[in-house]
Design a protein around this ligand. Structure first.
Ligand code: ADP
Ligand code: ASP
Ligand code: MG
Length: 462
């Protein structure tokens, strides 16, 4: 069971976590927990680290640490009064380590990816001992473990590390023996390289931690407890009449999360899929609801389109130049240059005349993309590259689209009637997803138009 930031952000929420775990334990189920930092904490740590490395004056490290201490000790007192002394000592020890490293960053004016990962792992280092103590307060034996102690071995790709296959045996040997006696509370979001250097798995990476741990211990199911009722037909913050899905396939949910449905980290599906472990997304605040079940094959719905996702922080790159026609290797030159600068290409579309390649990338990678492509234009490999920051990408997802003629027509007719112009279209060969790009300001409206067109708020099969 993984509990996200809002599920462990307040005393009431942590008590709910214990309420959820307790009956399972009493029924003899073996449960491992993965927890996030308390809501907002990772953002706050990142903001301070960025300030500390730049600031010429004495940065407010003390004030920040005091606020962190106050919040966590208050939570601890409310959820585990019998363990206040023991766990306060743990929290104070961690805050001292955080203070030392932040002070060093300020002194050296250097924040390497390696030290940054160590620093941003502290949110989970503070939350997990409190959740673990809250379980012990209910007489449920529990131990907190950091991601590395739980056996997550990762690549050295700081800020976006991936679990290595070696994790599986180390998780099995470290976590499984604990399960009969205790409920381990594992700090999400982090792991360590084979050399023991702390890494983090990317923002929202605790979902991925949960999937890696679940696969490592051969869990029967992986449950992601969050603040919505399950995976919905669209982001409920944008689409007010979004509906909870009973079930969805691994591939469909992967497409949705890749396109910004942050209910699940995109990488969290793969470890579960490899072992065919079902994932269930459930609401910590409404634990009586069944949530959404994620499986290999969704039940056969007649509905072709199941859900729609929107990602707003993207940029469009258009590469033009008749020079590309019939010349092998141009695409290789372009993509190698982008890869060297670690630009994440989310969508690709190429005109059949080969005179144009359009790409969608993370907006934060735009500067790197420009740096990668400018020399290629100068060398005359392509005529020009243009960039558009103000765009949004929409993904329409549903396994039923494969082999159902007319879905594309319906999507683009509905957009046309609403006066929304599409700047680029792409369909993966899996046919689980049709994605397109519109002006930034049209993104949310496009989402609503299609949600209405495919009547996704209605429960009946379309
Ligand atoms: P946690 O802190 O539990 O990891 P997140 O905030 O990361 O929670 O993810 C849950 C949020 O994902 C929801 O509050 C919701 O706003 C957002 N979300 C975006 N798209 C979807 C979707 N299709 N279904 C459900 N939630 C979605
Ligand atoms: N605390 C981390 C973050 O905010 C990881 C997570 O919450 O999943 O990104
Ligand atoms: Mg999340």
């Amino acid at each position: 069971m993984k509990f996200g930031g809002t599920s462990v952000g307040e005393a009431d929420c942590i008590r709910r976590v214990a309420d959820i775990v307790e009956p399972h334990r009493r029924a003899g189920d073996e449960v491992a927990l993965v927890v996030s930092a308390c809501s907002g904490v990772t953002d706050q740590i990142i903001a301070v680290a960025d300030e500390v490395v730049k600031s010429k004056k004495q940065p407010p490290i003390g004030t920040f640490l005091l606020a962190m201490r106050t919040r966590h000790i208050r939570l601890l007192g409310e959820v585990a009064p019998d363990y206040v002394d023991e766990v306060t000592a743990v929290i104070d020890d961690r805050l001292t380590r955080l203070q030392n490293i932040l002070t060093a960053v300020h002194t050296l004016k250097e924040l390497t990816p390696r030290s940054r990962d160590y620093i941003i792992s502290f949110g989970e280092r503070l939350s997990a001992p409190i959740v673990s103590a809250a379980l012990r307060q209910r007489a449920i034996p529990s131990v907190p473990l950091d991601g590395a102690e739980a056996g997550i071995v990762t690549t050295a790709n700081h800020g976006d590390a991936r679990a290595l296959p070696a994790s599986e045996t180390s998780i099995r040997s470290r976590v499984v023996p604990l399960l009969a006696e205790t409920v381990p509370v594992i700090m999400g979001f982090m792991g360590a390289t084979e050399q023991g250097v702390i890494t983090t798995l990317g923002r929202s990476g605790s979902d991925y931690s949960a999937a890696v741990i679940g696969a490592g211990i051969d869990a029967d199911e992986i449950w992601i407890w969050t603040d919505v009722d399950g995976v919905m037909t669209s982001d409920p913050r944008v689409i007010k009449d979004a509906r909870v899905l009973d079930d969805i396939s691994y591939l469909e949910v992967m497409e949705l999360s890749y396109f910004g449905a942050r209910v699940l980290h995109p990488r969290s599906v793969e470890p579960a899929m490899q072992k065919d472990i079902p994932i269930r997304v459930r609401n910590t605040f409404r634990p009586d609801l069944p949530g959404t079940l994620i499986l290999r094959d969704e039940h056969q719905e007649k509905r072709v389109v199941k859900a729609i996702a929107l990602i707003e922080k993207v940029a469009l790159v258009n590469i033009n130049g008749a020079q590309m026609i019939g010349r092998p290797g141009v695409a290789k030159t372009i993509f190698s240059a982008l890869a060297e600068r670690e630009v994440n290409v989310m969508l690709i579309s190429q005109g059949s005349s080969e005179a144009n390649i359009s790409l969608i990338i993370d907006e934060s990678h735009l500067e790197a993309a420009i740096a990668a492509l400018t020399p290629i234009v100068k060398q005359g490999v392509v005529r020009e590259a243009t960039y558009d920051r103000d765009v949004a990408a929409v993904a329409v997802v549903g396994a039923g689209m494969a082999g159902t003629p007319g879905t594309g027509g319906r999507i683009f007719s509905a957009l046309g009637r609403a006066g929304i112009n599409t700047m680029m279209i792409s369909q993966g060969s899996s046919e689980v997803n049709v994605s397109f790009v519109v002006k930034g300001g049209d993104g949310k409206r496009a989402l609503q138009v299609l949600h209405d067109e495919f009547r996704l708020s209605e429960n009946s099969d379309d």
